[in-house]
Each structure stands twice: as C-alpha cells, then as structure tokens.
Design a protein around this ligand. Structure first.
Ligand SMILES: Nc1ncnc2c1ncn2[C@@H]1O[C@H](COP(=O)(O)OP(=O)(O)OP(=O)(O)O)[C@@H](O)[C@H]1O
Ligand SMILES: [Mg+2]
Length: 459
C-alpha cells in the first residue's frame, strides 16, 4: 500500500502535477523579485501562455513573453541559478527547453509501481481472517480489508454516481455472507428507496428498511433504545466494548451495522433539531463501544450537517470523486478527491488508520446480491412453495424425470380442483417466466424443474 505523506502527493495525475509545478514556479519567481509592481499597487507576475504534459513524463510551461513584467528578461528567467532554485522549490528537475521563446520543462514523477485496476469484482473468498472484515478496495498491492471493530464509524462521500451505494452494498454483502443473525444485525436507511431493496425482509434487519424521514427517526429511536439497553448489560460485566462483553456474557450480542445513505438530505429534511439528528449525534459519539456501528454516506457533504460533533467520531473516511476541494476537505480533511477521475467509477481516496490511500472500490453486481438475499430469505425473493406446489414439484422430480408434464401431473393429482390441467398450466407458465422452470425445448417437450425450484422445495 502506498503512503501519501502530504496533500501534494495525494494523486500522481501528471496534469495535476504540472499545474502544481506551474503554481510553485510562478510564486518562486515572484519571491525572487522577477515581477513588477505598478504604481497603483497591482502585481504583474510571470505568466504562462501554455501548460501541457508530454507523454506523462514531462510538463511544459511556456512563458508568456508578450506579458513579461517590466525589467524581467528571458536571460534572468533562464539563468542557471534561477533554474537551480526552481528545481529546489518544485522538488523535481526544472530545465529550459531549447526552443525559441522560453519554455520550462519539469521532469514529472515516475509512474507509481503497479497501476490501480479500473474495475474489480468483489471476491468474497479473498476475505482475510478476522472478525467483521469489510472490503475497502483494491490497492496496487492487493485487496484492502479492514475490521469494523477497528474502523468504527465510517463516512463515505462522493458526487452522484461516483460509487457510494455500490461500496455500501459490498460492505453489506461481505458481512451478510458470513454472519448469521446471532452475530450480525443490520439497520438500513435508504431515502432513495432503490439501493437496498434486495435486503428487504432479510432476518438480520432489526427494523424494516426506512425510506421516509419519519421512519428514519424511528430507526434511530430504536438504536438509542438498544444502546441504552446494552449500556446496562455492559455495566453488569464491567465491559467497555462488544468483544469484551461477548467474551464474558452467557448470551453474546450481535454487532449492529447501521447504513444511512444520503444522510445529509435526511438530516436537512428532518431538521437539525429533529430526533433523527440529535439521536445521530449521540449514536456517533457513544454507540461504537456498544457494538453499534454507523456507516454514513452522502453526495452532499455539507459542513453544517457533518459538523465536528458527528465527523469527529467518524474516524474512517472514504471519498469518491467530489465536485470541489471543499467537499474533499469536509470528508477527508484534505483536498484531492476532486481530482479523482470521473470516468473511473469507484475510484476513491480512503483515510484508514490516519493514512491516505488511493484505491479502486469493488463492484458487486445485482445478481450476486439477489442470490445472497435469496439465500438469507429476503421477502423480495420467492416465498416458500405452497404445499400443493411442493407436491407437484416432488412428483415431477420423482416420477417424471424432472419434466413438469402438465397432462401427467393433472392425471396424478386428479380430484383436487387446485390441480386441474388449467391450474397447472397457469402455474407452469408463471414459473417459466420467473425462471423456475425451463422453457420447453420444442413444442411437445415439457418444461423442466430448475435447481432453483428444487432449492425452494428443500427450504
Ligand atoms: N467500484 C466500481 N467499479 C466500477 N463501476 C462502479 C463502481 N461503483 C459504481 N460503479 C458504477 O457506477 C454506477 C453508480 O454507482 P452508485 O450507484 O454506487 O453511485 P452513487 O455514488 O451511490 O450515486 P448516487 O449518489 O446517485 O446514489 C453503478 O451503477 C456502477 O455501474
Ligand atoms: Mg447512491
């Protein structure tokens, strides 16, 4: 994992690097007196007519000779001592290009070893050992995972369609894939009402997914109640965190992951004096030690909502591309996320353990999530089969080689009006549409029972 010790080195984008060099060179020349102050106090500095990058290795800064400050000459600007000084200021070799006019040539940093991929599917099996590990992203040297016990509360920011919800989905998928309801509970607030629908009805949810501000307030009420209940329980065991409590108590408590998407919008809708917002501040400051972890995402990182009361307690920060340096500062504490490429969705700067790293977020597709939710028993997925449906499927598998033969089934189940040929045909057509039966191979062939239908039989 690469380290970025200061803001200047956050991104190795050559365009950004050369603009930064241009700014520093201009400042340095001014400080060396290579500028001119007009009588009315206006400062005329050396300026550029063109700034460009050649092959990602060199930055070219063409000095605008038409607008040279008075008394400043090309000889002075290209003097060996000046170049020497500029090299020191920029921190990279600055030379004069041998062309007419004056063009500074800045040697840019070499490419970092290993490039980040532009797209990585989440590989749940690459999960390193450890409790409550969540995938953060792919770095130059491999996948970066962290334990929620270490990250504590998380703030995720980024402009629209930058990859926030996808990241939250990866986090949920990775955890739900491993932990049952005895170890993990989930609360979700999703004002858009589209990002987490697959999880509606999974048994891990402590309360139904909230979409309205009022419901959001109720979720935080529930969490406050649970936090206070846990506070009393913990006191009895002299426990200061969930792991200690669980190692001492007879009945362990699950970690509760609370995902709040578009948190700024709900906070503003509810109002900054609302129950939702005051609860949120209390939860951010105290809930972590009781095993209630907040994961807050926003495309609108307003400082008035994400004030120090909240942000101060969200120690892990993830910034996807943002619109302005201010937004980057609100999320990460430094600018830089506004320079992330808009084309590469899921690219992020992550502040982990007080270290800033650039990573490519993982991608998890809808099919994976649906399969997971189905396994967990989401309401959206197929409800269990009716007894009569079970009998039909069982008969087709045992006596008809898996063929859902309408005539034969109707004969076998004759006498029951729910299993008339007409009813069975309707059922077969519906199941075919739902992908539970295959399409008939030819006009007279039967539809076949799929493994998915079979799995519903065993549920
Ligand atoms: N890590 C990723 N790798 C590749 N593509 C991604 C990644 N994350 C997101 N995308 C793509 O970008 C699209 C938008 O992502 P997502 O819905 O997560 O953005 P968002 O930040 O939640 O947007 P909004 O603020 O509008 O809710 C996704 O549909 C997906 O196609
Ligand atoms: Mg989203």
């Amino acid at each position: 994992m690469s380290k970025y010790p200061d803001e200047q080195n956050i991104l190795r984008d050559p365009r950004w690097e050369v603009t930064e060099a241009a700014r520093r060179i201009q400042q340095a020349l001014t400080r060396m007196g290579l500028c001119y102050e007009t009588k009315d106090g206006h400062l005329v500095e050396v300026s550029y007519s063109r700034i460009g990058v050649v092959g990602d290795q060199y930055g070219l800064l063409e000095v605008d000779l038409q607008r040279l400050p008075r008394k400043v000459t090309v000889n002075k600007l290209a003097h060996r001592d000046t170049l020497h000084h500029l090299t020191a200021v920029v921190g990279k070799p600055v030379k004069k290009l041998n062309t007419t006019g004056l063009t500074y040539c800045v040697v840019l940093s070499p490419e970092p070893k290993g490039r980040l991929p532009k797209r990585v599917e989440l590989d749940v099996d690459s999960r390193p050992p450890g409790e409550y590990m969540i995938p953060i992203g792919q770095g130059c040297q491999g996948a970066v995972w962290r334990s929620l016990l270490d990250t504590s509360h998380i703030l995720v920011g980024g402009e629209s369609r930058s990859g926030k919800s996808t990241w939250l989905n990866c986090l949920l998928a990775a955890l739900l894939n491993v932990y049952g309801t005895d170890r993990l509970n989930v609360a979700i607030i999703d004002p858009k009402g589209v990002e987490f629908t697959a999880y509606a009805g999974i048994p891990h949810l402590v309360v139904p997914i909230a979409e309205e501000p009022k419901q959001a307030g109720e979720v935080t009420d529930w969490l406050m109640g649970e936090m206070n209940r846990r506070r009393r329980l913990f006191t009895g065991y002299f426990a200061k965190n969930l792991m200690t409590y669980n190692s001492r108590a007879d009945k362990p408590l699950p970690l509760i992951v609370t995902v709040i998407d578009e948190v700024t919008d709900i906070a503003l809708q509810c109002g900054l004096r609302s129950r939702f917002y005051t609860n949120l501040i209390r939860l951010a400051s105290k809930a972590g030690s009781f095993g209630i972890i907040l994961v807050l995402a926003t495309q609108n990182p307003k400082a008035e909502v994400l004030n120090t009361l909240i942000k101060g307690n969200l120690s892990t920060r993830i910034a996807f591309r943002v619109a302005t340096p201010e937004h980057s500062r609100t999320i990460l504490g430094v600018s830089g996320a506004e320079k992330l490429s808009r084309e590469i969705r899921g690219r992020m700067l992550a502040r982990l353990d007080a270290e800033l790293v650039e990573l490519q977020g993982f991608l998890v597709n809808d099919a994976q999530i649906m399969a997971l939710a189905e396994r967990l028993g989401s309401r959206l997925t197929k409800p269990p089969l009716e007894p009569v449906e079970r009998d039909l499927v069982a008969y087709a598998v045992e006596h008809l080689g898996g063929g859902f033969k309408i005539g034969e089934l109707a004969r076998a189940f004759a006498g029951d009006e729910r299993t008339s040929a007409w009813h069975i045909r309707k059922l077969a057509e519906r199941w075919e549409q739902e992908g539970l039966l295959t399409k008939p191979a030819h006009a007279t062939a039967p539809r076949m029972v799929t493994p998915r239908l079979l799995s519903l039989l065993t549920r």
